[in-house]
Each structure stands twice: as structure tokens, then as C-alpha cells.
Design a protein around this ligand. Sequence first.
Ligand code: TMP
Length: 216
Amino acid sequence: MTGTMAGTMKGKFITVEGTEGVGKTTNIQRIAGWLDERGITYISTREPGGTALGEKIRDLLLDKGNISMVASAELLLMFAARAQHLEEKIIPALAAGTWVLCDRFTDATYAYQGFGRGLNLEHIKGLEALVQGDLHPDFTLILDIDPALGMSRVRARGELDRFESEELAFFDRVRAGYRERVNGNPSRYCLVDASAPLAIVQAHIVGALNTFVGEG
Ligand code: TMP
């Protein structure tokens, strides 16, 4: 189904990434505002999750009680949720000309399961091809922050989930993974220093979006 569909998509696929406590929610709201200002029809969704089945898988993934979950099970659950999300929500929207604004996607799998957990990147590539075919985001915002700063914000929010309970070194590897993704394909990514004042971060994001649609 996903095999050679990317060329026929009429909507644009925007994803937002970063380590914990980087300010994704606030900046997703800014992107939503930018879409609204332009009268662009879009849906806002998230991974893992976005569908009824995907949200159940998300609960399994974030549940701190699942301490025995092995890295390969974690990887497969991410892609199981993604397969459902693509077929049920993302592909129909893009095909209809609706833009998709998604809080995390496969870059997170490379960063967290690949660089964070140390799983083989070629295996991730294989699953990506199986589940997505040639469908990839058109624009990916990566919010970059020192994980120590991000985690101090997350701890202030309250109880930690299974990922948030990881040690700092895990998030240092995840951050390095995101940076490596940017180096491999700079044109798709916008890497922003999320430790800067919010107005500067958001000006950078809006500038990059304007360039993306040819208005920059
Ligand atoms: P969130 O807290 O940003 O909503 O994301 C839930 C967690 O899931 C977050 O800690 C990152 C993690 N995650 C992965 O490890 N791999 C993935 O592919 C995705 C989409 C999320």
C-alpha cells in the first residue's frame, strides 16, 4: 500500500522532534498557528499513538511497569503503531491534500532505538521501508537542547514515564543521533537551538517554514 505513494501525496508532512523537555508542545502550537495563518487544512497527531490501536501501544511503551521490555520489542511496537497510523490517518490525509503535523516520527526511532538503545540502523531502515515504502516527512523540525536542561524541566512536570526514567547518557546518545540525521540529509531538516529565548526559537521556525513553502 505504501510502496510508491509518496509522489501522489497532495498534502505536506511536517514532523517535530527532539529529546525530552525540549519544548515540542509550545513549538507545535506555533507551527499550527503558522498553518492557520495561511488557511492550510491540516491534522495534528503524534507518535507513538494517533489512532485507537496506536494509543494502546503507546501506553505499553510508556508504562514504567514494563521494565523487562527488550529493545527489539520496543522497536517493533513503535513500527506497529506507525503502520496503523499511516494506513488509518496519515496517508488518507496527505492523499486528500490535508497537511499532517506530527509530534515525532521515524527520526525518533533512529535516535532513540538506534542511537539510544544501540540497535542496528540497517534493521531500522528495513522496517522503515516495510512500513513506509518511500513515504517520508517533507519538513522536520529538530529542537536541540542539552539533555540535562531538558530533563530538569521534565522532572519539574511530575512523574516520569519509561523513557523519561532513562539516564542522562541515553539522551546524550539520542541527541547525537538526531544531529547525525541532520548531517545525512540537511535539506529536509531544520535544527534549532531550543535553549534560546522562545521568540528567537519561533522566529527561526517560522523563517524555515516560509523558506519551505517558497516564501522565504
Ligand atoms: P513524547 O513524550 O514526546 O510524546 O514521546 C514518547 C516517547 O517515545 C519519547 O520518550 C520518545 C519515544 N519514542 C521512541 O523512543 N521512538 C519513536 O519512534 C517514537 C515515535 C517515540
